[in-house]
Write a protein that binds this ligand. Structure first.
Ligand code: ADE
Length: 224
């Protein structure tokens, strides 16, 4: 998979050089290119924002540099994503769908947003990562990319994905590592019993209990 990220702030993406994403790149499963939108500006001062027609607070990102940046990487198989608070809400199903694409282009808006004509011309998939407003699309892009990359074949083990699908629809059960006794707080006996069925049952019960307390809406059927 190739991911091209178009941004005015290329330096914000160092997180994508760490951990699982770093290993996916090393295995050749993933290529991430960070593209500086400013380098496409035809303005003599490389300006990329301007006042909105009709007035209003703040600045908008201009169409020209974004248009040229997209055109520099777009091909027939490209899917364009625009993180935006007015997009459809991101979730695991959407992450799994995006993981099947060959080429993703992320347009990171900043300031008060981007010129509508970019949306009209490219018809990007607008995705919101939640009902709050971030300063720009950079953090949202990283959230979306981090989530979808885990779903690409070969990035993490099948066991880890299976465990995640076991947790699907409910919250993660409590987990512990060594030491068994930390300041008098002891790891639940069942987890050191070696009895896999009992461990499985315990985890399921804990997971359900936590979900009922914190996210009852996730329990199937309850909010339908
Ligand atoms: N850009 C600003 N806020 C955002 C949000 N909540 N989701 C995605 N992109 C955004």
């Amino acid at each position: 998979m190739i991911i091209d990220i178009l941004t005015l702030f290329p330096e914000s993406f160092s997180y994508l050089n760490e951990s699982i994403i770093k290993r996916a790149k090393e295995k050749g499963i993933l290529t991430i290119n960070i593209i500086d939108i400013r380098s496409f500006s035809k303005d003599k001062h490389k300006k990329c924002d301007d006042y909105p027609f009709g007035g209003g607070a703040g600045m908008l990102m201009c169409a020209q540099p974004i248009y040229d940046a997209v055109k520099s990487v777009q091909n027939d198989s490209s899917k364009i994503v625009l993180p935006s608070p007015s997009g459809q809400i991101f979730n695991m199903n959407l992450a799994k769908k995006l993981a099947k694409e060959d080429h993703l282009i992320f347009i990171c808006g900043h300031y008060e947003g981007i010129d509508q004509r970019i949306i009209d011309i490219f018809d990007p998939l607008e995705i919101s990562i939640g009902d709050y407003v971030l300063t720009g699309g950079e953090l949202a892009s990283m959230v979306i990319i981090d989530t979808l990359i885990r779903q690409v074949d070969g990035v993490i083990t099948k066991e880890s994905l299976d465990e995640e699908s076991f947790n699907n629809g409910s919250l993660e059960y409590p987990q512990y590592t060594r030491p068994q006794n930390f300041m008098g707080h002891i790891v639940p006996e069942v987890l050191v019993s070696g009895n896999h069925q009992q461990i499985f049952d315990w985890r399921k019960k804990q997971s359900l209990k936590k979900t009922k307390n914190i996210r009852p809406d996730l329990i199937k059927g309850e909010n339908k």
